[in-house]
Design a protein around this ligand. Structure first.
Ligand SMILES: Nc1ncnc2c1ncn2[C@@H]1O[C@H](COP(=O)(O)OP(=O)(O)OP(=O)(O)O)[C@@H](O)[C@H]1O
Ligand SMILES: Cc1ncc(CO)c(N)n1
Length: 266
């Protein structure tokens, strides 16, 4: 059985963070492990409290995992402060982790900040370059490249800028633009300053229950990489899984509710 590790924050309402990741990994029939970076008191309406895990306890969780059950892929989500980010970066290098998908979570669907101001620089320099692929949404990609993204053309330029600056593949998720849900994958090509770009598009699903879409997509990409698939195929399959989970029209809670992660389980 393939093993997938999620390093992320807990969402008490179960739709995003560690809980979304474990459900996604389980729905892919893989073995899920977790290193919890923060507790959030959260529901479909908002985030009401955050308690960060002490960095040495993040390290202890990662030591326990990597010295016992080596993951085939790692997904990283909410990492709220610079010390936690440094710790994770050191451990990923120490254990030579592979197939690393980093969702640079900054703000929740409900609008709360999940990354401190002083953590951004450390995220950028210490952690993101270790990713096999990073998966920012539009506002996160704007922060990473320092320019506005209003159109698909802007996405193309932003993706090149981010890929060039981090030397890492980037998937910019287009869920926050209008029209079809179009995500753009950009990787470095063979020649200097050459980029391989591919769009992954699906019709927009009329469903306001989008809590945890980003967490779910990045975990599903990690599962497909763990299965040995190429990045492009992993993104294609992950998006198909995500779109199917949205189409189920699960409607829980008073705000933006969660997806149906279990829809493929008979
Ligand atoms: N209404 C929709 N219909 C179809 N796909 C969608 C819809 N909304 C978002 N997506 C898709 O969901 C995935 C996550 O994108 P999104 O831009 O919502 O990420 P995010 O903002 O990081 O998510 P989160 O809500 O977890 O913070 C992408 O593949 C995006 O295209
Ligand atoms: C714990 C956690 N991680 C990520 C997100 C992003 O949706 C969230 N809302 N909560």
């Amino acid at each position: 059985m393939k093993k997938v590790l999620t390093i992320a924050g807990s969402d008490s309402s179960g739709g995003a963070g560690i809980q979304a990741d474990i459900k996604t990994i389980t729905a892919h029939k893989m073995y899920a492990m977790s290193a919890i970076t923060a507790l959030t008191a959260q529901n479909t309406i908002g985030v009401y409290g955050v308690v960060d895990t002490p960095p040495d306890f993040v390290a202890a969780q990662l030591d326990c995992i990597f010295t016992d059950i080596a993951p085939d892929a790692v997904k990283i989500g909410m990492v709220s402060n610079p010390e936690i980010i440094q710790t994770i970066a050191e451990k990923l290098r120490e254990y030579q982790a592979k197939n690393i998908v980093i969702d640079p979570v900054m703000i929740s669907t409900s609008g709360s900040r999940l990354l401190s101001d002083d953590a951004l620089e450390t995220l950028h320099t210490a952690l993101l370059p270790l990713g096999t692929v990073i998966t920012p949404n539009i506002p996160e990609a704007e922060v990473l490249c320092g320019r506005e993204i209003k159109t698909k053309k802007d996405m193309l330029q932003a993706a090149e800028a981010i890929t060039a600056s981090l030397d890492t593949a980037v998937l910019i998720k287009g869920g926050h633009l209008s029209g079809d849900a179009a995500d753009l994958l950009c990787q470095t090509g063979n020649a200097p300053a050459a980029f391989l770009k591919e769009w992954f598009e699906s019709p927009r699903v009329e469903n306001s229950n989008t809590h945890g879409t980003g967490c779910t997509l990045s975990s599903a990409i990690a599962c497909n990489l763990a299965a040995g698939r190429r990045l492009e195929e992993s993104v294609r399959r992950a998006k198909k899984y995500l779109t199917g989970a949205l189409k189920e029209q699960l409607d829980l809670g008073k705000g933006a509710g969660p997806l149906d992660h279990m829809y493929r389980i008979p």
